[in-house]
Design a protein around this ligand. Structure first.
Ligand code: BDR
Ligand code: CA
Length: 321
């Protein structure tokens, strides 16, 4: 099978880590590199989590530093530490990477160079604020010529998890999504309207633990943290698989339904900064610029995800031999 080259751009993060583990179980993907961004926790943590995770799982995949601030921001976000824990990985402490170091290139440079090298074949999976892609577009306006598709977790068609209408990733850096949505890159948005339905349950945790690999145990541990965290009574902070669902859009698209819409982000607003204005009733008269996931078959997705994590465990055991 010809593998599809991907860069995963992420703010790891509990569910970002689960998405990376699952991606390592997707035989249709070649993970070209992992780029880090400020988001769930500051970039100093998200990049370290990526480096530690990749070494812990035994892989030699380039890991890059990335944006430490949103496009117009002067302050790194700390908003989500209550949700992902101080370091981003809940109560999980990965061993510090000893044998690997960061790729010398910063995210935007890495993305552009790897995209040009692959002549239009590279795909992007973004599971955090979309700052690195916006920076790359500002520096290299020809980037769209080299990207086959961009899948991102972010936004919502129904309501937010930070304010009335904004989803966290977009709320952190609305200007960045504004830039990306205008770029002409073919893209798919996986927002809260579908990802809030993907809660993992104790039965999935038990199943994963029964496989007994490093990968399945790690995901089980992350799930326990996520299932037990309490941020008010809100269901949006349970063990929802926001980021793994964006991975599914890329390699298991049949678990969702999609519509093509025009969309933009609200960059001002008393209640709505970071809101993704998706023109679901087609009132804007503007051409669609984003494919939006509108329905998910949750059982099918959960089954697929557990299977990818199981295979990731088998792959990992072989890699570490
Ligand atoms: C998104 O925000 C983060 O908390 C998660 O990692 C996910 O990418 C969900 O709103
Ligand atoms: Ca994330």
């Amino acid at each position: 099978m010809k593998k599809r080259p991907f860069i995963i751009d992420c703010d790891t993060g509990t569910d970002d880590a689960i998405a990376i583990v699952a991606a390592l179980g997707c035989e249709e993907m070649e993970i070209v590199g992992i780029t880090s961004v400020n988001g769930n926790v500051p970039e100093s943590y998200t990049s370290r989590n990526n480096l530690n995770l990749i070494e812990y799982l035994g892989y030699h995949i380039p890991v890059c530093h990335g944006a430490i601030l949103p496009l117009l921001g002067s302050k790194a976000t700390e908003a989500s530490t209550a949700i992902h824990g101080k370091t981003g990985l809940g109560s999980t402490e990965l061993p510090e990477a000893e044998h690997s170091d960061f790729d010398p290139r910063i995210a935007a440079q890495f993305i552009y160079e790897e995209a040009v090298k692959r002549n239009g074949e590279l795909e992007l999976l973004v599971t955090g604020p979309i700052t690195n892609i916006a920076v790359c577009l500002c520096e290299h306006p020809d980037l769209p010529n080299y990207i086959r598709h961009l899948y991102f977790m972010g936004g919502s068609t129904v309501g937010g998890n930070v304010n009335t209408t904004a989803e966290f990733n977009i709320w952190v850096d609305p200007e960045a999504l504004h830039v990306v949505l205008q770029s002409g890159i073919p893209m798919t948005m996986v927002g809260l309207n579908v990802s809030n339905q993907t809660e993992m349950r104790p039965s999935e945790e038990t199943l994963l633990r029964s496989f007994g690999t490093r990968e399945t145990n790690l995901v089980a541990e992350l799930l326990v943290y996520m299932m037990n965290r309490s941020v008010g009574a809100s269901k949006v902070f349970r063990a929802n698989m926001h980021d793994p669902l964006a991975l599914a859009a890329a390699v298991f698209p049949e678990c969702m339904k999609y519509e093509e819409y025009f969309g933009d982000t609200e960059c001002a607003g008393t209640y709505t900064r970071g809101h993704t204005a998706i023109d679901v009733f087609r009132r804007s008269g503007k051409e669609p610029n984003v494919r939006v996931a509108v329905e998910v078959d949750v059982d099918l997705f959960r089954e697929w995800l557990c299977d990818r994590i199981r295979i990731s465990g088998e792959n990992g055991e072989a890699v570490r031999k």
